[in-house]
Write a protein that binds this ligand. Structure first.
Ligand SMILES: [Ca+2]
Ligand SMILES: [Ca+2]
Length: 326
């Protein structure tokens, strides 16, 4: 044990040097019942699939959107329904199924896509079904789904789809545009969109959900065309209004279904020592690391130095029995 303790410094020194965690993705589809997918940043694979339509009380929808995570739950909505559900952030199992308390008239003209958790409030992008005739909305609720505020924009031909908060600033995607969202200084019901020049993403790709990892300060964006689905990291330059995308993974090669659109994206942090990604550090993780000891198994290589060894084992042992994330 003395040897193990001596290695701890090495273990923690590496712990934040790379991107880790999980990205939950929607898969909007008009041809099949959509599922929700989890992309594991450590293994670079889709490793979990959730089928909301099979859960009691969940209405049918062409798009189930994992729109935000606030440390207590992963929030799931639906494009054309008032669904407001809370899921376990790691397993994707349903904790509760509820609904927004809004009139169904809202869904006649608007849908609900991606979102963001910021300062105790859950934001949702509410694009018009037809952006030629109506405007996008931003909707904010508390963690129980009670309405806090609603803003609109006069930005034309713009269907706000992706939404994320980066240190308190909201960014969005939609209709081929990457934008920063700016509140109007006089009218508290109005917001403006500031266009950024986006590079790196093929023009054939539809821009989808955004998610932010504050630990590695990485903004992720999901996109898709008819023949590809991709995950990107996006560097933002606010002064120049530039957004530069770099490819992280081709999602359709990792288990994401072609023909679906990742309209929502949400990041959930990795739990230290949690090799199997279920949100707990326990004997299953210890076995995972021991069985793969000396190999290159991505799941067990917790510090991502290319080998499963004492440092990974220590991370499990040090976190063992510390409780589970939600
Ligand atoms: Ca685990
Ligand atoms: Ca390792």
């Amino acid at each position: 044990m003395r040897y193990f303790l001596g290695m701890l410094g090495l273990c923690w020194g590496f712990s934040l040097a790379y991107s880790d965690g999980y990205l939950w993705l929607s898969a909007a589809s008009t041809s099949q019942t959509p599922q929700v997918y989890r992309f594991n940043l450590r293994t670079a694979q889709i490793d979990r699939t959730v089928s909301p339509a099979q859960v009691n009380g969940v209405p049918p929808s062409p798009d189930y959107t994992p729109f935000a995570y606030d440390g207590s739950a992963l929030y799931l909505g639906a494009y054309d329904q008032g669904l407001f559900a809370r899921l376990h952030g790691y397993t994707g199992s349903f904790l509760s199924v509820g609904a927004y308390d809004w009139c169904s008239c809202f869904f006649g003209h608007h849908g609900l896509r991606d979102g963001a958790a910021a300062e105790g409030v859950l934001w949702r992008a509410a694009p018009p079904h037809n952006p030629a005739y109506s405007y996008s909305y931003l909707v904010a609720t508390d963690p129980n789904g009670e309405l806090v505020e609603m803003l609109t924009t006069f930005a034309q031909n713009f269907a706000l789809t992706g939404l994320e908060s980066v240190n308190g600033t909201l960014y969005g995607t939609g209709s081929g545009r990457f934008v920063r969202i700016r509140r109007d200084e006089q009218n508290d019901w109005l917001f403006h969109v500031v266009d950024y020049a986006l590079s790196g993403v093929p023009a054939s790709h539809q821009l989808g959900g955004l998610a932010y990892d504050p630990l590695s300060q990485t903004l992720y964006m999901a996109t898709a065309s008819e023949s590809e689905a991709a995950l990107w990291s996006v560097q933002i330059d606010d002064a120049q209004q530039i957004a530069t995308a770099s490819l992280v993974a081709l999602l359709h090669e990792k288990g994401y279904p072609l023909g679906s659109v990742p309209t929502a994206l949400t990041w959930v942090p990795a739990i230290p020592g949690d090799a199997n990604g279920d949100g707990c550090t326990d004997d299953a993780d210890l076995l995972n690391v021991l069985f793969n000891f000396g190999g290159e198994h991505l799941e067990s290589d917790l510090n991502r130095d290319g080998v499963v060894d004492d440092a990974d084992l220590l991370e499990v042992l040090f976190q063992f029995g510390q409780g589970c994330g939600n």
